[in-house]
Design a protein around this ligand. Structure first.
Ligand code: CDP
Length: 222
């Protein structure tokens, strides 16, 4: 089969990464979690005591940073930070870092590079509208705020991270606001994206729904 790409965009906690990971396994293609890249640079800025409002310092830091994916894990300068980047402290600041134009330019270049020679499924906020504008399949995954907060809350509790449900709702709403109102490549449904609603559905139902969209599209295009 010829090389193809799938873009999944949507608001915070809609289930993109869980779903994209499973679809990647089923289709034997690579999964690229672009949110993890923004989270990794945010983590590094916090560790280095850099104020998130200090754009020059963050851009300078990014120039000295290596982010890559191996076997589904995220490495920051060679260290596996896959779990640490999911902490609520990172969630609270990542959207501010992701709104910096220079940070986006650099990470988008890296994302396109990874996708250049292989079939991929990539999730984020601006994949269908910017990073992979020519993606073969574009999905816009949505779910109610309550459903998204409930899922994120459960996920963090299972990892032993103590959080309050109300704080999670606040974090998600704040992130949605910043992500969809920022100047550079805001969260937006691409015109040719198909909306999939992940409220009140099982994981398998949503996976099947997306896979049937993928098969239908690829059959027409290949
Ligand atoms: O998993 P969740 O939906 O909570 O978020 P994520 O995909 O890990 O992304 C974390 C944050 O990174 C988002 O809230 C955005 O601020 C930013 N992001 C972005 O701006 N562009 C992307 N392509 C991916 C993430």
């Amino acid at each position: 089969m010829k090389k193809f790409s799938i873009a999944i965009d949507g608001p915070a906690g809609a289930g993109k990464s869980t779903i994209a990971k499973i679809i990647a396994q089923r289709l034997k293609i690579e999964y690229i979690d672009t949110g993890a890249m923004y989270r990794a640079i945010t983590l590094k800025a916090i560790r280095n005591g850099i104020d998130i409002g200090n754009i020059d310092k963050i851009v300078e830091l990014l120039d000295k940073t290596d982010i890559n994916f191996t076997n589904g894990r995220v490495y920051l300068d060679g260290e596996d930070v896959s779990d640490e980047i999911r902490l609520p402290e990172i969630g609270n600041l990542v959207s501010q870092v992701a709104a910096i134009k220079e940070v986006r330019e650099k990470l988008v270049t890296l994302q396109r590079d990874i996708a250049k020679n292989k079939s991929v499924i990539m999730d984020g906020r601006d994949i269908g509208t910017n990073v992979l504008k020519d993606a073969d399949i574009k999905i816009f995954l949505v779910a109610s705020v309550e459903e998204r907060a409930k899922r994120r809350y459960k996920e963090l509790l299972e990892k032993g991270i103590d959080v309050s449900y109300d704080d999670i709702v606040k974090e998600i709403e704040k992130r949605d606001y910043i992500d969809s109102t920022r100047e550079v490549n805001p969260l937006r449904k691409a015109e040719d994206a198909i909306i999939v609603n992940n409220t009140d559905k099982t994981l398998n139902e949503v996976i099947d729904e997306i896979l049937s969209i993928v098969y239908k599209k690829l059959r027409c295009n290949v």
